[in-house]
Design a protein around this ligand. Structure first.
Ligand code: ZN
Length: 181
């Protein structure tokens, strides 16, 4: 099932997601993870955090190497945390399914080591660099209520926020005039 992805400035994107206990891994959670993957491939994107679909729990899905011709390497991570960071690099043209019509360069750690649980409650450690590392940092930020626009200059962020608000006003106006007929 395709889920609705919350859009900035929805306040639910600012919530801190709560950890998941082993006893909570049930069919409903597995289905949520499956639906999140489906939604991510459909959008299309390379990562999605539960926060973005209105569920404030520490769950992310990722696939940084999937292709339109059917290659899939889905990753479902519960309670992911970064335990090591190294180097600095620029994540070029980073975007977010919750931040429409905007990309920016973001300075992030070049390499991270993340620890997480799988749906089978196995502990996994992921040593990631470049795109996979940027994606992990981006998704884990979502679980802490952070967006990539919090990591760019205030000037660029303000310009985007103003443009986004204007766009939302226009959309609201279109909706209200359409209902007159
Ligand atoms: Zn995002």
């Amino acid at each position: 099932m395709i889920l609705e992805v919350l859009q900035f400035p929805d306040p639910r994107l600012r919530e801190t997601a709560q950890p998941i206990a082993e006893s909570e891994v049930d069919d409903a959670l597995r289905e949520l993870a499956q639906n999140m993957l489906e939604t991510m491939y459909d959008e299309p994107g390379i990562g999605l955090a539960a926060t973005q679909v209105g569920v404030a729990r520490r769950l992310i899905v990722m696939d940084v190497h999937w292709s339109e011709d059917g290659e899939r390497n889905p990753l479902v991570l519960l309670n992911p945390e970064i335990v090591e960071r190294a180097g600095k690099s620029v994540s070029r043209d980073e975007g977010c399914l919750s931040v429409p019509d905007f990309t920016a360069d973001v300075i992030r750690a070049e390499r991270v080591v993340a620890r997480a649980r799988t749906l089978d409650w196995k502990e996994v450690e992921i040593d990631a660099s470049q795109l996979e590392s940027f994606c992990l940092q981006h998704e884990i930020d979502h679980l802490d209520g952070k967006l990539f626009i919090d990591r760019i200059s205030k000037l660029k962020r303000d310009l985007y926020v103003r443009r986004r608000k204007k766009q939302l006003r226009l959309e609201a106006r279109e909706r209200s005039s359409a209902s007159l007929y």
